[in-house]
Design a protein around this ligand. Sequence first.
Ligand code: DON
Length: 429
Amino acid sequence: MKTPVADYLAHVLKQCKQNDQGALADYIPELASADPNKLALALSTIDGTSYATGDKDTEFTIQSMSKPFAYALALKHLGLESVLKKVGVEPSGEAFNQISLDAKNKIPKNPMINSGAITTHSLIHAEAGADRAETLRVFLSELAGRELEFDEQVYRSELETAFRNLSIGYMLRTVGVLDEDPVAIVHGYIKQCAIKVTVKDLAQMAGVLANGGVQAKTGKRLLSRVVVRQVLSVMMTCGMYDAAGDWLTTVGIPAKSGVAGGIIGVLPGQIGIAVFSPKLDEHGNSVRGIEIMERLSNDMGLHLMEGTPSAQTIVQRRYVVAETDGNNQTVVYELRGVLQFTESEMLLRILEDEPEGDTRIILDLTNISLLHDVGARMLFEGVNRLIEDGHTAVILDAEGILTEAQCKGRKTSVVTEPLDRYLEKQLKI
Ligand code: DON
């Protein structure tokens, strides 16, 4: 059987091709000569599977879609507290290139509008022998899984007409948000916008964010969960500029657009999406891109506010192991799925039914796919209370899903060998 997903994506693209509205960005001369008919869509799942259709190999410049990743890099190097001193997190409701500051704090309102993005660029810690734009290019290449390049022509073209961004740079230098030469910073920011990507690259990058910072294909963690949460929050509230409210209500996933016609969307824990079509609306967002994203969100139930209900089946099986160990009974709780607050609460309620006594109780995590910190805390608390009731209780973590931090100081309650071997030893089978 062939999965219908690729056919579905091609079908959506074909339908949205008919929309001819919008105009090419012309304030960057080179972008005004783009082919307005180009159209592409790619999707990347959190297990590393990719789908792409349309002009999927066409390269275009990343433009403002570089902003969330530059923000991620600044957060990674400096930490949240330091970054928040320079750039806020409030939606501005203004155009992307508004010359503005937060009235109270006198810093840019958020890292998605240009004043915040230029400031964020200045916060990137340049690697030895590289400038900030090059450091970001290397990082984006790692996210995309291939070596990306700068589009020198687009870079030079934007430099010729960068008056607005230079004004923003001088304004930021005047109020002390920037403490270096604003021209060099603005040029670096413009260079970061000129990195060439395809929708496939962007879907991979968005997929890393969807996967909590881990690149699915290599299993390598490129960003911490805390950084990803911060970046996605800001994308959700500010990523679509003065169309953010419309976007949140209709599409409902964190996103970022770029004036070359790209849009990325991230559905946490599920997929990364990228679309490309160069004609833009009055906010600087791709017209067909928005239509495609709306369509995917509706068809595929992607809107975050629809929520993902808990599977409500945390205990896959409870069984009693044949008694071979004197009088003690051994009971195994085989757990399955995701263990967050809802599932942990459910599990602890089920364990309430275990009568006081001296049963050996094993909570088997082998089939748990994701263990949230709150899930781990509640699990250990459950073990403590079972012990208080007279039982011998352990958590069996043969797959090593518990992190060091989660079991700090509680390792005696954790068994790391497979269930059969543990039972063999305990019950002398
Ligand atoms: O700052 C600029 O003008 C561009 N290099 C990037 C702007 C952009 O992509 C706005 N987003 N839709």
